[in-house]
Design a binder for this molecule. Structure first.
Ligand code: BGC
Length: 430
């Protein structure tokens, strides 16, 4: 019988990622709170419920610690911190500071996301990132945050997935504010580049003034593999190359190095430079391309949202970006929608095995996600957590995938025994 055990790549740190709005609940001031109230969520649920983390944060941190997590990516909410334009909530800042301090006490290293799809309604109504004022307003928020937590948090993600935000919200019209405009997409990409570059520089400068030299700043880049459906077909090849550039190539170059090319416009005040201390990759799937819209390969294993399961894609992207940008890769998100945890243990096993057995610059892996949470347009119906959430009672229960993940951290790999108990019974579906 083949040996199914593996040892974790030396030095690889493991933890999970969440976003504030997806777990906290109760914040009525964001673009997604309004979108939920308008009845736009597929299953009729609302972001206002989520998992109740705003109250349960201590319990969640303690559970993470018991599970052995070494790192944790958490989001903070602009709409809580600046509910009205120019009015900042000391209480919200204090609450985030407490959580970050507590994580530190529990031995978990925090990586703080400053923007993850949600923002205050007043900012949305100005045009969000399409507004000329966006970079200045974003920076004023960032400055307040760094003043409040800069001494206790060293590592930051400025913006989560600018491409997913801009395409879903401004080009395909599926997310708030439901726009369909190429011009809006270009303006948002351009302004988000300015926001990222300015925040990168500011956080470094400000923390240096505070006396710290361990600052790390980057952004979480949603990357996919774009594969022509038929490699011999020049149209498929062209569409794959174009989709890749428009969706992720241009924005990656702009935010990493300040080099702006269509669909990113020339961002004001942005010079060419190096605006990352790590390469943040959010990886989920591969697209099979035969035209303008993405497709999924026929006959492959898929998750419960129909996304192809393709672990090699992450390794390939890490290698590609590692070679190009010469920095450590943090997998700032990777995970899968599996509503019954029927195959997530197998997914985690295969992905971590692939990372551990191949040559790549991955240094950290943040599994998406810690708890089941509010999955944007899908609401509560799509589960990504290694910990189950009963949305009625808020009760948390560690899933088999959570047990496996803890065991991998504890023992530094997967033994034959653990494989047989937790991985072997799993099955993917088509
Ligand atoms: C986002 C998360 C989301 C996850 C699963 C990523 O694109 O950053 O907020 O829940 O994918 O869809």
């Amino acid at each position: 019988m083949a040996d199914m055990s593996f040892k974790l790549k030396e030095g690889l740190l493991l933890g999970t990622a969440t976003a504030g709005a997806q777990i906290e609940g109760g914040d009525t001031n964001s673009n997604w709170a309004r979108f939920s109230a308008e009845g736009k969520i597929a299953d009729g649920t609302s972001i206002l419920r989520a998992t109740g983390h705003w109250e349960r944060w201590r319990e969640d941190c303690e559970l993470m610690a018991r599970m052995g997590m070494q790192i944790y990516r958490l989001g903070i909410e602009w709409s809580r911190i600046e509910p009205k334009r120019g009015e900042f909530s000391e209480e919200a800042l204090k609450r985030y500071r407490e959580e970050i301090l507590y994580l530190g006490e529990l031995g978990i290293k925090p990586l703080v996301t400053l923007h993850h799809f949600t923002h205050p309604l007043w900012f949305e109504d100005l045009g969000g990132f399409t507004s000329k004022e966006a970079p200045d307003l974003f920076m004023r928020y960032v400055e307040r945050v760094i003043d409040a937590i800069g001494d206790v948090a060293a590592e930051y993600i400025t913006i989560n997935e600018p491409n997913v935000y801009a395409t879903n919200s401004l080009f395909y019209g599926q997310w708030p504010p439901e726009k369909r405009s190429m011009g809006a997409l270009v303006r948002a990409f351009t302004n988000m580049t300015a926001c990222h570059v300015r925040a990168y520089e500011y956080i470094h400068d400000r923390r240096r003034e505070m006396g710290y030299d361990d600052t790390k700043v980057g952004f979480a880049n949603h990357l996919r593999i774009f594969e022509p459906k038929n490699k011999k077909n020049p149209w498929h090849r062209l569409c794959a190359r174009l989709s890749e550039w428009l969706f992720q190539g241009a924005i990656t170059e702009a935010m990493m190095s300040g080099s702006c090319r269509f669909p990113v416009g020339r961002a004001k005040g942005v010079r060419k430079g190096k605006y990352y201390d790590f390469i943040g990759i959010n990886y989920y799937s591969r697209s099979t391309v035969s035209g303008i819209a993405d497709g999924v390969r026929e006959g492959c294993f898929k998750n419960d949202l129909g996304w192809e399961i393709y672990h090699e894609g992450l390794i390939e992207l890490a290698r590609r970006l590692g070679d190009k940008y010469g920095a450590p890769v943090y997998v700032t998100e990777n995970g899968t929608c599996d509503n019954t945890d029927a195959f997530r243990p197998l997914f985690i096993y295969e992905q971590l095995k692939a990372i551990s057995e191949s040559d790549n610059p991955i240094e950290r892996y943040y599994h998406w996600s810690f708890v089941d949470n509010f999955e944007w347009k899908e609401g509560e119906s799509a589960r990504f957590g290694i910990v189950h959430v009963d949305y009625e009672s808020g009760e948390r229960t560690v899933k088999a995938s959570g047990r496996l993940y803890s065991e991998i951290i504890r023992s530094g790999g997967v033994s034959e025994e653990v494989y047989r108990e937790l991985v072997e019974p799993c099955k993917y579906h088509y």
